[in-house]
Design a protein around this ligand. Structure first.
Ligand SMILES: Nc1nc2c(ncn2[C@@H]2O[C@H](COP(=O)(O)OP(=O)(O)OP(=O)(O)O)[C@@H](O)[C@H]2O)c(=O)[nH]1
Ligand SMILES: [Mg+2]
Length: 362
């Protein structure tokens, strides 16, 4: 999963990136669109994975991971279409956006994070509108050519895009366009910026931490878009804490009233936003956390592990991680009747531990 960090210059994108990844990328130097992107992979913290690992003592324990990308985004570049192609690709290819807004005071200037969020969003809306308009122009000529099937596909696409144009012109994000599943599929290839799930991060100063909850509640009212969430976090102090060994960070966090480091919380919020679900595999060789989408079935889970497992799928043996931990082994879980045998269509649940039985492809 890839999350790209966006926001106006100086909002604290690189600082938040450091807080999330434990990185030490240089901050405070206006990156102005020249700096190379920062890329960091964060292992998803999961106490259940740790417990499984303690139980199985496997040779290898592999957590799920999230890739965070911090890009330099000069003001106005998205609107004007001057974002560098490699940076634009990093935004377009993201599964979700993390939109950082400055909520801390800087040089005596009072912050106005929601004005800033609107400004950035407007840039993305204009960027999407440009794509829609260009494509409509093409379709209007191309639609008269090709086979009947091609013409019908072009007509459908034109119909949807023509409906989205006024929506974007009015300054609304595509998240709020109420697309049907079919329309959504039709549009997927465009990787529209305002269609991506977004977590708005209000970057606050440590002194504002006591007001964090209130800021988040207000934020949800200010930003009621579909597929969005709002979180306040103190980027600078958390970036500093992320450099400390965890035993040293704990007392700091307690003093500041930070219940959980932002990296865990942001990962969780992103999981919720994207409708993701963790599941596990466990054995003497490897204990591992995997990620699928909510609603995925046992055969989808098998395919996530390896395509051969999906192709040759016979059935899956499933036990909840809590039952497995309580009973201590698959054998005991089977004896107690909590290890279930499930077919292809079984809908996976959060915390399922799965063993896939499959035919080896001939
Ligand atoms: N007081 C305070 N300062 C912060 C916070 N987060 C970032 N800053 C400061 O704000 C300045 C900009 O932070 P960066 O993280 O470089 O911002 P950016 O969005 O990456 O900036 P560009 O890449 O140049 O667009 C730096 O001087 C940071 O130290 C914060 O939570 N509190
Ligand atoms: Mg930066």
């Amino acid at each position: 999963m890839q999350v790209t960090i966006v926001g106006l210059p100086g909002s604290g994108k690189t600082t938040v990136f450091n807080a999330l990844t434990g990185g030490t990328a240089e901050t405070g130097t206006f990156s102005g669109g020249r700096a190379a992107p920062n890329v960091g992979v964060v292992k998803v913290p999961d106490v259940r994975l740790d417990a499984l690992s303690a139980l199985f003592s496997p040779r290898k324990t592999t957590p799920a991971d999230v890739t965070y990308v911090d890009v330099a985004l000069p003001a106005g570049a998205a609107r004007e279409g001057t974002v560098q192609p490699d940076v634009l690709a990093l935004i377009r290819n993201a599964d979700a956006l993390l939109h950082v807004a400055r909520a801390f005071e800087e040089g005596g200037a009072a912050p106005d994070p929601w004005r800033d969020v609107e400004e950035m969003d407007l840039e993305f809306t204009v960027a999407d509108l440009t794509v829609v308009e260009k494509r409509l122009e093409r379709l209007q000529t191309q639609g008269r050519h090709g086979t009947p099937a091609e013409r019908e596909a072009a007509r459908l696409e034109e119909e949807v895009l023509a409906r989205l144009r006024p929506h974007l012109e009015e300054g609304h994000a595509l998240r709020d366009a109420q697309l049907s599943d079919d329309e959504e599929r039709l549009l997927r290839g465009y990787r529209f910026l305002t269609q991506k799930p977004v977590l708005v991060v209000l970057n606050i100063d440590e002194g504002q931490l006591p007001t964090a909850e209130r800021l988040e509640a207000e934020g949800r009212q200010r930003y009621p878009q579909a597929a969005s969430a709002v979180a306040a976090l103190a980027g600078k102090i958390e970036a500093e804490m992320a450099q400390l060994p965890s035993e040293d960070a704990a007392p700091f966090m307690e003093d500041l009233g930070i219940a959980e480091p932002s990296r865990g919380r942001v990962v969780r919020l992103t999981y919720e936003l994207l409708g993701l679900l963790p599941f596990f595999t466990a054995g003497d060789d490897e204990v591992r956390a995997w990620t699928i989408r909510r609603g995925d079935t046992a055969v989808d889970a098998a395919g996530t592990i390896h395509s051969d497992l999906a192709r040759g799928f016979i059935r899956a043996e499933v036990v909840t991680v809590d039952d497995l931990l309580a009973l201590g082994s698959f054998a005991e879980a089977r004896k107690r009747g909590v290890l279930r045998s499930e077919g292809k269509a079984y809908e996976m649940r959060d915390g399922d531990v799965i063993q896939v039985l499959f035919n080896v492809a001939r």
